[in-house]
Structure formats: structure tokens, C-alpha cells
Design a protein around this ligand. Structure first.
Ligand SMILES: C[S@@+](CC[C@H](N)C(=O)[O-])C[C@H]1O[C@@H](n2cnc3c(N)ncnc32)[C@H](O)[C@@H]1O
Length: 202
């Protein structure tokens, strides 16, 4: 599948779309990956927890079409939603709060001049807090130290979240979600360092 490498999230195109969620069962746990690419992480989650519901938010439309086609073929409760998380997250989840949110390996390629285009900002962290259930979990992971450092600062500065490893500390070892995103598998296979933070929504 040929998919564009980069998309400019500041493009006017994303202001003109009105994404929506599929029908969701309010009694089921809702897990959301923000910037899911091929959603490998959600497919692995759904195969072990088929009673949960999974939403992947992705700015590249071809990924979303492919996720929805594969989820239907495998009969898994996963839905890709084409959107820009920075523009649409709060509206999408205004009436349906999230139990578990994943920020897996975002923004790895950002050069200084493209800093404004990055997905994870202090505002996005605040938006995620707004759409999460109290007691919900947020996992952030990256293999890029220059992403880990500012994101840890945003997370520590947001009093809606409590870091499970103690303020300012990265998780020692892996997370316990029994799934790996595409980039996570790649980093682990190549013994690359990964910075992880697991938080609880107060
Ligand atoms: C480096 S990839 C990581 C993909 C996957 N989470 C993983 O760990 O393998 C980051 C993904 O975030 C998506 N993305 C970037 N900005 C976004 C935005 N504003 N809203 C939604 N998705 C975005 C990119 O298109 C890309 O697929």
C-alpha cells in the first residue's frame, strides 16, 4: 500500500472535514490510539480483548480506509477515523469518554522548521484529559529523546494526570497492554531505547 509519508496537519483541508464516531456500546471499554498509522497496536489489543471497542485516529486517509477494511475482514471491533487529532479530538469524544488512550511513537521526524506541525502539544494533552474518564489510563511512548523530554514536561505540568512511576519518571520496562505498534516492534527488534510514561486520569 502506498501512503504519503507526511501530511501537514495545519492544512485548511482538515478544518473542512467533520469526522464522527461509529455507534458505540456505552457498556464497553473504549480504547483510543491517537495517530495510529496501520493500527497494528489496536489489532493486537482487539485479538486479545475482543469485548472492548477500539478507535484509531489518523490524519492519513488511506490508512483509515485500510484499517476499516481489515477490521471488517477479521470481524474485529476496530474503527479508523480520518481526522486531525489537534482539531477534532474534543468534539469527537464530547459525549463518549475514553477509558484508555495511547500515544504511540508520535512525531519522530520533526525538524525545527516543522515544529508547528507536530501532533503532541500541551493543548493536545489538555484535550485528551478532557475526553478521558476519571481513573482512565494514558500510555505515551517514543523512541526519540527530543520528543520524550518536552512531552514529559507537558504531562507533569497537567494536574489532571498522575504518573504511575512518580512525577517526572519514565516507566521502567515495558507496559502491560500485551500489544506492540509497528514502530514499537521495530525498536524492540533493533534494541533501541524507548521512553514510556503510564498515567492515570485523576
Ligand atoms: C510515527 S507514526 C506512529 C504510528 C503508530 N502509532 C506506531 O507507533 O507505529 C505517527 C502517526 O501519527 C499520524 N498523525 C500525525 N499528526 C496527526 C494528527 N494531527 N492527527 C492524527 N494523526 C496524526 C501520522 O500520520 C502517523 O501515522
Amino acid at each position: 500500500m502506498r501512503i504519503r509519508q507526511h501530511v501537514n496537519p495545519l492544512s485548511r483541508r482538515f478544518l473542512e472535514i467533520s469526522p464522527s464516531l461509529p455507534a458505540l456500546d456505552p457498556s464497553k471499554t473504549l480504547e483510543v490510539e491517537v495517530g495510529c498509522a496501520d493500527a497494528q497496536f489496536l489489532f493486537e489489543r482487539a485479538r486479545i480483548e475482543p469485548n472492548h471497542q477500539y478507535i484509531g485516529l489518523e490524519i492519513r486517509e488511506a490508512f483509515v480506509e485500510d484499517i476499516n477494511r481489515r477490521a471488517r475482514a477479521e470481524n474485529l471491533p476496530i474503527h479508523g477515523v480520518f481526522c486531525s487529532a489537534n482539531h477534532h479530538l474534543k468534539k469527537l469524544f464530547a459525549n463518549r469518554k475514553i477509558d484508555v488512550a495511547y500515544l504511540n511513537f508520535p512525531d519522530p521526524w520533526f525538524k525545527r522548521r516543522h515544529f508547528k506541525r507536530r501532533m503532541i502539544t500541551e493543548e493536545l494533552i489538555a484535550d485528551i484529559a478532557t475526553v478521558m474518564k476519571p481513573g482512565g489510563k494514558l500510555l505515551f511512548q517514543t523512541d526519540v529523546e527530543s520528543v520524550a523530554t518536552p512531552v514529559m514536561r507537558y504531562l507533569t505540568g497537567n494536574s489532571d494526570f498522575e504518573n504511575e512511576a512518580g512525577a517526572g519518571n519514565f516507566l521502567a520496562g515495558r507496559h502491560a497492554f500485551n500489544a506492540r505498534s509497528w514502530r514499537e516492534s521495530n525498536c524492540e527488534a533493533n534494541d533501541m531505547p524507548i521512553w514510556r510514561v503510564l498515567l492515570t486520569r485523576n
